[in-house]
Design a protein around this ligand. Structure first.
Ligand code: HEC
Length: 110
């Protein structure tokens, strides 16, 4: 029974995510590779979801806002582009623009 409930919950989450993706991709212009949540999942989440290797976690608003205040958004974008100690250059996103990185950083700060 518990397993069943879990499966249902998982399925409806996946379904909701797919619907969101379809709705979003319809709204996005064709020049954009992917929406921000998808890009996040495909690139940044590997480290920023769990805080692996000491990465600032997604959703840790306090830490992100402090970093934004201290360094400023353009410095943060440059950090991702050129890489840091543990973070690979580009943060595993090969086709992200500066604007994408800004949005991804805001997305992680929420
Ligand atoms: C392989 C793991 C990894 C991936 C993938 C990754 N990061 Fe990071 N990120 C880190 C780590 C670890 C740090 C902390 C600094 C360090 O040790 O390199 C960091 C720090 C940052 C910072 C702070 C930079 C600064 O100047 O302090 C930003 C912004 C950031 N990541 C954005 C991103 C974005 C956006 C993506 C996806 C496009 C991404 N990261 C993908 C591991 C990763």
């Amino acid at each position: 029974m518990r397993l069943f409930t879990k499966t249902i919950a998982k399925t409806s989450r996946t379904l909701a995510a797919s619907i969101a993706t379809i709705v979003l991709s319809g709204l996005m212009s064709s020049t954009m590779a992917a929406d921000i949540p998808t890009t996040y999942e495909n690139s940044c989440a590997a480290c920023h979801n769990s805080g692996a290797l000491g990465a600032i976690k997604k959703g840790d608003s306090a830490a992100w806002n402090k970093l934004k205040q201290q360094k400023g958004m353009s410095a943060l974008v440059n950090s991702v582009k050129s890489g840091m100690i543990q973070m690979p250059a580009g943060g595993l996103c090969s086709d992200c623009s500066d604007e994408d990185y800004r949005k991804l950083i805001d997305y992680m700060s929420e």
